[in-house]
Design a protein around this ligand. Structure first.
Ligand code: PLP
Length: 398
């Protein structure tokens, strides 16, 4: 009996990792697995970025850096945000982090008191709910407008859930898992209500640059939002650098300074030579990044077409992220399933197709009556997409 701290009971996990474990076990038993479950890329980091890391290592960039990162990278990110979001950030508005994920807990630790209510998306990235509860906040979910093909955030429901104690709003525009993207009207409404209710906003923009149809637009660009927003930025997805662990928090100086103090108390600084590689990623040749997007776009189109060709499945074609969120209500019902777990287990067993479902992204909200899967096409080639989804079709239609 280690008499663990009470708070660990509130800590959640990403149950998608359980799916990964089941897929690995299925593969270890000698079966072919089609990995649609992972939000990781099977594409290598572009070589010029790898080379920059090697060069930095050879040049002795192996000691600690400042807690908030090397000035060159902070300045380059501030410049990137001035260009893409119109913010007035300088290096002082940037704290480099070991990944985007730590921004969630550090932001909450900086601004959330126990008992504060925090609005967060459900379905959504499971770490929001986990971290809100772990640090003593009250997690208040908001959902999706039922019946919208592109899974519009339920902004009316979100506003109705605001109370005296609501302090923070978390928005993941270009959304995991639904790929939802705010319209100009949504962005305007969210900004307007954040200002009216005096909310601080965490903008998780992990997928901001995974956009197949032009540049994304950030809510931080709305009038009055820069001073009340902190942005989660990550090198993970855009540059195929998930395992390098580098990201940043960007926002008002007062908040960024405290986040920097948390860095001192936590990891001291992010890995030195990785920061130089990230500088190359941001400021060097962008052609390899365009190629990554081309590959992802081809996969998206193949996946969407094949999913829509399966009886009882409907799949929207999103312009962003590398996730699909097909409605499988009829297909599941037709096979006699009323719950995700047995359905996913049977599909894995019979076809080797490994996927996540709505239940991996929060507890379904009252009134939800459709079933959804989440397929990631970031970690699977077109040939395997074709074979996997043909097997899925054969299983569903059998
Ligand atoms: N936010 C969202 C919505 C994500 O899907 C992810 C990764 O899957 C992250 C943040 C964090 O990614 P990382 O810590 O690799 O930057």
């Amino acid at each position: 009996d280690y008499r663990l701290a009470d708070r660990v009971g509130k800590l959640g996990v990403e149950t998608a990792f359980v799916v990964a474990g089941q897929a690995a076990a299925h593969a270890a038993a000698g079966n072919r697995v089609f990995p649609f479950h992972l939000g990781d890329l099977n594409l290598p980091t572009p070589p010029h970025i790898v080379e920059a890391a090697c060069r930095a290592l050879r040049d002795g960039k192996t000691g600690y850096t400042a807690n908030v990162g090397i000035p060159q990278l902070r300045e380059a990110l501030a410049e990137e945000f001035r260009r893409t979001r119109g913010t007035s950030y300088t290096a002082e508005n940037v704290a480099i982090q070991p990944g985007g994920k730590p921004v969630i807990s550090k932001f909450l630790l900086t601004v959330m008191n126990p008992g504060d209510e925090v609005l967060y998306p459900n379905p959504g990235f499971p770490i929001y709910e986990s971290q809100i509860q772990f640090h003593g906040g009250v997690a208040v979910p908001y959902g999706v407008v039922p019946g919208t093909t592109n899974f519009t955030f339920d902004i009316d429901g979100l506003e109705a859930a605001i109370t005296e104690r609501t302090k923070i709003l978390i928005v993941n525009d270009l959304h995991n898992p639904t790929s939802a993207e705010c319209s100009a009207e949504d962005r305007r409404r969210l900004a307007e209500l954040a200002i009216r209710h005096d909310l601080l906003v965490l903008l998780d923009e992990a997928y901001f640059d995974i956009h197949y149809d032009g540049q994304s637009t950030s809510i931080v660009s709305e009038p009055g939002m820069e001073e009340r927003s902190v942005i989660l930025y990550t090198f993970s997805k855009r540059f195929a650098m998930t395992g390098w662990r580098l990201g940043a928090a960007l926002g008002p100086k007062e908040i960024i300074q405290v986040i920097g103090k948390l860095n001192v108390n936590d990891e001291s600084c992010s890995t030195h030579f990785v920061q130089w590689a990230a500088l190359e990623a941001l400021t060097g040749d962008q052609q390899p990044v365009r190629e990554i997007l081309q590959v992802l776009k081809q996969r998206r189109d193949r996946c969407v077409d094949l999913l829509n060709d399966i009886e009882g499945i409907t799949c929207f074609r999103p312009d962003a992220t590398f996730y699909l969120w097909p409605d499988i209500t009829e297909a599941m019902g037709g096979k006699g399933f009323t719950a995700y777990q047995p359905f996913l287990a049977t599909v894995l067993q019979e076809t080797g197709v490994s996927m996540c479902a709505r239940s991996h992204f929060g507890t379904p909200l009252p009134g939800e009556n459709r079933f959804f899967l989440r397929l990631a096409y970031s970690g699977i080639d077109v040939a395997a997409i074709e074979e996997g989804l043909q097997r899925l079709k054969a299983f569903i239609e059998r």
